[in-house]
Design a protein around this ligand. Sequence first.
Ligand SMILES: Nc1ncnc2c1ncn2[C@@H]1O[C@H](COP(=O)(O)OP(=O)(O)OP(=O)(O)O)[C@@H](O)[C@H]1O
Length: 247
Amino acid sequence: MTASPLLAVRDLRVLIGGRHILHGVDLDVAPQGVTALLGRNGAGKTTTVRGVLGLVPRTGSVLLDGEETVGLPTHTLVRRGIGYAPEDRGIFAGLTVAENLRLAERRGADGPAYGLVHELFPELKRREKQSAGTLSGGQQQMVAIGRTLLNGNRLIIADEPTKGLAPKVVTEVAQVLERAAEAVPVLLVEQNLAVVRRLARHCVVLADGRTAHQGEADGLLGDAEATRRLLGVGRGPLAPFTAEADS
Ligand SMILES: Nc1ncnc2c1ncn2[C@@H]1O[C@H](COP(=O)(O)OP(=O)(O)OP(=O)(O)O)[C@@H](O)[C@H]1O
C-alpha cells in the first residue's frame, strides 16, 4: 500500500475470560476502496473488528488517520467516524426501515445523508414504512450498511455482510458495497472469495489470532497454494465461488 493507511492496527491483542483470542494483529486499511479481512472460521476476524471498535478490552495501537484510538470508548470512536455494520446486522425488527435509519442519525454539521443512502438503496426509500423484521436478509443488510452511510463516516466496517444470503442476493449486496466504497473506504470481513475478488484491492489474512498475510488481493487470490494454505479453499466449505457473484 503506497498511500498512508486510513486505519493502522499494530500488535492488537485481546484477552477474554483469561483466554488470549488475538496475539498480535497488524493490519492497514487503505484510504480508498475495500480492504478485505479474511481467515478461516475462528481465526479472529470479528474479535479484531470488535477490538478496533473498543467493544472488547484490547492492547496495542489503532491509529485512525494517524490518531491513536486505543483507550477511547466506543461512542467516541463512532463520533470520530467509524460506521459499523455488525455480523448480526443489529436491526430493530419491530421498527420500520425509516425508524431504523433515524435511530442511527448523529448530529453533525451536514445533517444525515439521506440523499446518498436513498440513491444507493432506492429500495429503502420504497420500503421506508415496512417493518424491518419483515425484510429479506439482503434488504436488512442494506439497512445495516445504509445506517453507516448516514453520518459522513470516514470508515465503514462490515462484518460478513453476505453471510447466509442466496447467491443472487450476495451479488446485490456486493454491488451495494462496491458503490458504498466509492463514497467511504470499507474494511470488509468476508468469507466469499468471489466477493473479495470483485471488491477488494488489499487484503489481510488472519490465522489463530495473528496476521498471517497482508498484500494485494489479486496476488493472494491468484496464488492457489497460498489460498489453500491460508484459507483452506478446496478443502472445506469456505468461500464458495458463486457464478453470480463472480460475474
Ligand atoms: N467472548 C468470547 N469468549 C470466549 N471466546 C471467544 C469470545 N469471542 C470469540 N471467542 C473465540 O475466539 C476465537 C475467534 O473468534 P472470532 O469470532 O473472532 O473468529 P472469526 O474469525 O470471526 O470466526 P467466524 O468466521 O467463524 O465468524 C474463536 O475461537 C472464538 O470461539
